[in-house]
Design a protein around this ligand. Structure first.
Ligand code: MRU
Length: 351
């Protein structure tokens, strides 16, 4: 039981179910516009996931679960299994919205499983399941925040990458949850966040989100990370995950792997924080993960204005794989796996 009131450090919410629609905080226009987009159909939710209105592995999964509820409202069926068959095309479209984060398929699998045993009240069963997925994520984040913070020595500096906070989850965040807990517990002395080019999740989202909660953070260029570590300003790199394989290899935002390599070189510890729903024991290692590539235009312009000469080609993979040998600890709500490998990861096969 946590004795610290983390709520003081957790004000932002990326989504809210109104009973009629899924309202998504539009992350494309933060930090200067704080507007919610109302999604009234599962296809609108799928499009919002694809276009990064909502992003971050857990938030994608939760949104998809509510998307199923929206799809269900347009379907007539006498039982859960009958509804499941009719809803399957909508579930497939939700699942195809983004490929790398396993939380999307995980949440849809939970929605399918709840239908399998549901009777005439299948619509209410689906609503309860989506709400449970959302509530479970928030509880998991608070638990792992506490567990991860306990690894950090008092006075440490930390570096995080991308946005893994309340904006990327039901609330509190994964890696950013550890940072929130570490700040609340007085362990973390200084927080650094990378810009996270090209979509700037760190610059546009992470430092804004921390500012909302009164947590002081310093933004750095992605390319300043090695210098930051070399000058002894951080003792931990703390990141999230989109998929963690059976051997501990971890897919996360592009640039994570190079941070892990540099951290190893400088003796800085590397922590991956994610709910157990991000662990994919069916994928043996990172070479089997589908890495999403997005529009190269993200690299060719800034704020709608072209910054690169016409005719230049760009390649834009948006995730990379950090080999398990570079990871000091994987933290989930179930506990900490230190120096993960295929043997130590087996705890996730035991239910
Ligand atoms: O492309 P994004 O912004 O969805 O990528 C997000 C990340 O890579 C996060 O680190 C990951 O999903 C974990 S979020 C708790």
């Amino acid at each position: 039981m946590n004795i610290i009131d983390y709520g003081r450090y957790d004000h932002v919410r990326p989504l809210r179910w109104t009973g009629e629609a899924l309202d998504l905080l539009d992350q494309r226009v933060l930090p200067f516009d704080v507007t919610y987009l109302a999604c009234r159909s599962s296809d609108a939710v799928a499009e919002a996931i694809r276009n990064l209105v909502v992003r971050g592995a857990p938030a994608i999964g939760i949104s998809a679960a509510w998307g199923v509820v929206l799809a269900a409202r347009a379907v007539q069926a006498a039982s859960g299994p009958e509804a499941a068959a009719r809803l399957e095309p909508a579930l497939q479209r939700l699942n195809a919205a983004r490929p790398t984060a396993v939380n999307l398929a995980w949440a849809l699998a939970r929605m399918r499983a709840s239908l399998a045993t549901a009777g005439t009240d299948w619509l209410q069963v689906l609503e309860r399941e989506a709400a449970a997925i959302e509530a479970g994520d928030l509880a998991a984040n608070r638990a792992m925040g506490h567990l991860g913070a306990a690894l950090v020595a008092t006075g440490s500096g930390v570096l995080t990458h991308c946005n893994t906070g309340s904006l990327a989850t039901a609330g509190f965040g994964t890696a950013l949850g550890v940072i929130r807990a570490g700040v609340a517990e007085g362990r973390i002395g200084r927080v650094f966040a990378t810009e996270t080019r090209p979509w700037n999740q760190g610059a546009r989202l992470t430092v804004w989100e921390l500012q909302q909660d009164g947590i002081d953070a310093t933004l750095i260029a992605d390319s300043a990370a090695a210098h930051l570590m070399q000058t002894g300003q951080v003792q931990w790199v703390i990141v999230g995950a989109d998929r963690i394989c059976a051997n501990g290899d971890t897919a996360n935002k592009i640039g994570t792997c190079q941070l892990a390599i540099v951290a190893k070189h400088h003796g800085v510890k590397f922590m991956v924080v994610a709910p157990a729903s991000t662990v994919d024991m069916d994928t043996a290692d990172g070479s089997r993960i589908d890495i999403e590539e997005r529009d190269p235009a993200e690299l060719l312009s800034a704020r709608g204005m072209r910054t690169v000469a016409e005719g230049v080609r760009a390649w834009n993979p948006v995730f990379d794989i950090t080999p398990h040998g570079l990871i000091d600890a994987i933290v989930t709500e179930r506990g900490v796996v230190e120096r993960p490998d295929a043997t130590r990861m087996r705890v996730f096969s035991e239910s």
